[in-house]
Design a protein around this ligand. Structure first.
Ligand SMILES: Cc1cc2nc3c(=O)[nH]c(=O)nc-3n(C[C@H](O)[C@H](O)[C@H](O)COP(=O)(O)OP(=O)(O)OC[C@H]3O[C@@H](n4cnc5c(N)ncnc54)[C@H](O)[C@@H]3O)c2cc1C
Length: 502
């Protein structure tokens, strides 16, 4: 009878789906000081949103609607003045060194008031995160030094991620889709570097950034095997930040077009290339997939945090409205249908928050944060003086064999099962939370009736802003397929992936 089933079998029936103690394990292994760090950044965000963003978010949105070419440089300057672009730059590279999960809580706060501002900060960490995921330590050190220097001088140095092309969006981070797609950004290998031709579109912060982490391909017929990631700096000959999209929401954060016209990028700015991964235990294609799975595990947790904030903002505005507005002599909040709706909205915000917390637990337990959250590393990086850390870094950077070894270990020594877990949870968190945020925006609008359409209430802005969350960082349809690929199909060899794509 089933009584003979061993305890071990009972707890490993489906190691991830049935493992409802995963978060518990993550909490117990996490350094205790992280909670204090998180509260510090939440307070920074709350101060910023109340003092600076809330008083002008709606006006700024109106201003950019009237003049789509307007760039809110003053917002970037203020974020820079408050140190937000170095917040999570590791201390070893000169930054403030707050742990990466803290950024999610920070983003939730800002997004509850303005998704445009939240994306200005979030997209900078997306660019920087891409560079970090290449484990090219000398280049990471160089770019981080400039970010820190930019903050000191008062002129922000930011990083963007440039993947999307006019003929390739969803395909670019997924090798199976990439090889069936139509990428066109060519990186031709030459003596001393690469010559790049092509263009990128919808690049968040393109107009504000100094560095652009650009994905291009040596051979357009074999993109996943020949992908290169280049750190392109403003001022490079043949590189131009061209148009700015006239888009529907998140207007404060520009979506830019980048054009490469015979643009030469020297070897020192090549973050990853097929030459660099030659001789590794995994193919370049596998490494490319791993890199973007790692990146999406954290960036989608980030978009989930934006969604949690947006869902919360919609709930807060609906609550304030229902508590003030009267119908037939009584407050709206005394109608049962309104109470049920507010309960639904509250639930959406809290569930979205739990999702990014869960995704970050997985990243800490099995993903890219694992090494940084190991207690000895965490406390050394937190409490050793910056001068000592930068002395150590200087020494390490001088040892090419050491930086090469670290990169090789990080890029090819991964456990595919663990990557699937974090990438699957990241995808789940992203689509579930952004759908919940969209639902909240619509419920708030419904509750307010025609008044919700008025610009000055901010509800129609929020609806326009939130819709974008379902599209970037992998559309919600692609995220559903990523969940299927990573968490459902892995035990079903007969399951075919991306079959319908041609
Ligand atoms: C505000 C904003 C900011 C952005 N910022 C950046 C940025 O900083 N950097 C960057 O590189 N990109 C950025 N993007 C681009 C974004 O990543 C892409 O828009 C997204 O990947 C989708 O690509 P696409 O728009 O080309 O749509 P497509 O890929 O053309 O998709 C169109 C539709 O087809 C569906 N679809 C596509 N492929 C499949 C498939 N295989 N199976 C089933 N359905 C499929 C999609 O889900 C979608 O519904 C941004 C986009 C927006 C809107």
């Amino acid at each position: 009878m089933s009584l003979s089933i061993s305890n071990q079998r009972l707890t490993t029936m489906e190691d991830w789906f049935d493992d409802n103690s995963a978060s518990l394990k993550a909490i117990s292994s996490q350094p205790g000081a992280m909670a204090g760090e998180i509260m510090e950044v939440v307070n920074l965000a709350r101060k910023f949103k109340e003092e600076f963003i809330r008083p002008q978010a709606i006006e700024m949105d109106k201003r950019i609607q009237e003049d789509h070419s307007y760039l809110p440089e003053e917002w970037v300057d203020e974020a820079c003045r408050r140190g937000f672009f170095t917040l999570c730059v590791p201390k070893i590279f000169g930054g403030q060194g707050y742990c990466f999960p803290a950024l999610s809580y920070f983003m939730e706060e800002i997004a509850s008031v303005c998704l445009g501002m939240a994306n200005i900060i979030g997209a900078h960490y997306l660019g920087l995160g891409t560079l970090i995921c290449t484990w090219n330590l000398p280049l990471i050190a160089r770019v981080c030094r400039e970010i820190v220097e930019g903050e000191r001088s008062g002129k922000a140095c930011m990083v963007s991620l440039a993947m999307t092309e006019p003929t390739s969006g969803s395909d670019t981070p997924e090798p199976d889709l990439l090889d069936k797609g139509q990428v066109a950004c060519l990186a031709k290998k030459e003596d001393g570097g690469y010559r790049v031709n092509g263009s990128k579109i919808f690049i968040s912060n393109g107009h504000f950034s100094t560095w652009h982490m650009t994905v291009a391909f040596e051979d357009l017929a074999r993109p996943s095997e020949t992908a290169v990631i280049l750190a392109v700096r403003n001022g490079a000959k043949g590189f131009q930040v061209a148009g700015k999209e006239s888009k529907m929401g998140q207007l404060a954060c520009p979506a830019s077009e980048l054009v490469f016209n015979d643009c030469f990028i020297p070897n020192e700015q090549v973050a990853l290339s097929p030459d660099m991964t030659r001789g590794y235990s995994r193919t370049h294609r596998e490494i490319y997939q791993h890199l973007f799975d790692d990146l999406c595990s954290i960036s989608r947790a980030g978009v989930c945090a934006l969604s949690a904030g947006a869902a919360r903002g919609a709930y807060e505005s609906a609550l304030a409205f229902a508590a003030m507005a009267k119908k037939k002599g009584d407050y709206l909040i005394n109608s049962e249908w309104v109470q049920c709706r507010l309960a639904e909205m509250y639930k959406n915000a809290v569930v979205a928050r739990l999702l990014y917390i869960e995704a970050n637990y997985a990243n800490g337990n099995h993903g890219i944060y694992k090494g940084l959250q190991a207690k000895p590393v965490y406390y050394a990086l937190r409490y050793l003086p910056k001068s000592f850390l930068s002395w150590g870094l200087g020494k390490a950077l001088g040892l090419e064999w050491l930086t090469g070894l670290i990169r090789k270990r990080q890029l090819s020594g991964f456990n595919p099962g663990m990557v699937q877990r974090t990438a699957g949870l990241g995808a789940l968190a992203k689509f579930a939370s952004s759908d919940a945020a969209c639902e909240n925006a619509q419920l708030a609008m419904e509750m307010m009736g025609a008044k919700g359409l008025r610009h000055e209430l901010g509800t129609e802005k929020r609806l326009r802003d939130i819709k974008l969350l379902q599209i970037y960082e992998g559309t919600n349809q692609i995220c559903r397929m990523d969940l299927f690929r990573n968490l459902i199909a892995r035990r079903l060899p007969q399951a075919k992936l991306y079959e319908e794509c041609v």
